[in-house]
Design a protein around this ligand. Structure first.
Ligand SMILES: N[C@@H](CCC(=O)N[C@@H](CS)C(=O)NCC(=O)O)C(=O)O
Length: 214
């Protein structure tokens, strides 16, 4: 069975959400954050120490957007996926990578320098600069959503939405959502109405309770 190592609402949420969108069976292993510090034996599972760690038979993956793409291609058939011969394929891959490489990267610096580092190592200037960087990059999504709504590629919800919308979820957790433009805000509202998104939220809560992870 598919096994996913996850921390509450961390990037591994992309994989969890894709599993729920596709209705696949999985085992969810919850970890305290960061596992590198609070669950050192996890380094034996994923030497990077990061989450997600994803296992499907002999397949082992550690990149959240790539896992969503893998699940879509391998199990999605006509769900979540855009096939290579579809005219939207390039745009699909671009948004899929944009979500992690362009949007989430600057957010992680905000998270680190406002919350994860001990007080004496926090750097408000870094957090402010990378917040601005994130919001600047988000403007590309804001402009595009004006044309493609309801989803980043138009009528078809795909793994690219999972990648991009996770960055919005993290932005909300970092109190940046009040700076979303109107198209982004409406998109984020639509995302939160999706049954699979809600099931993924419930699934992590339930697993955390069962596994005594706060
Ligand atoms: N590019 C990777 C990044 C993975 C990553 O850095 N995950 C973070 C959580 S969101 C993590 O595990 N941080 C803890 C650490 O670096 O020790 C992905 O998209 O999955």
């Amino acid at each position: 069975m598919i096994k996913l190592y996850h921390c509450m609402s961390a990037r591994s949420f992309r994989a969890l959400w894709a599993l729920e969108e596709l209705g696949l069976d999985y085992e969810l292993m919850m970890l305290p954050f960061p596992p590198r510090m609070f669950k050192k034996e996890y380094l034996g599972i994923n030497p990077l120490g990061t989450i997600p760690a994803f296992f499907d038979g002999d397949t082992f993956m550690t990149e959240s957007s790539a896992i969503a793409q893998y699940l879509a291609e391998r199990y999605g058939q006509d769900k979540l996926n855009i096939p290579v011969d579809d005219a939207r394929y390039g745009a699909y891959l671009n948004w899929l990578h944009f979500g992690e490489a362009t949007l989430t990267f600057p957010q992680t610096l905000v998270l680190r320098y406002t919350r994860l580092e001990p007080e004496e190592r926090r750097v408000p200037q870094v957090a402010e600069d990378y917040k601005k960087w994130f919001l600047g990059r988000l403007r590309a999504a804001e402009a595009s959503l004006e044309k493609t709504s309801p989803w980043v590629l138009g009528d078809t919800f795909t793994a690219a939405d999972i990648s991009v919308a996770y960055a919005l979820m993290l932005a909300e957790n970092l109190n940046m959502d009040n700076e979303f433009g109107p198209n982004t805000r409406a998109y984020w509202e639509r995302i939160q109405q999706r049954d699979a998104f809600r099931r993924a939220l419930e699934s992590q809560e339930e697993a955390a309770r069962a596994q005594s992870i706060s």
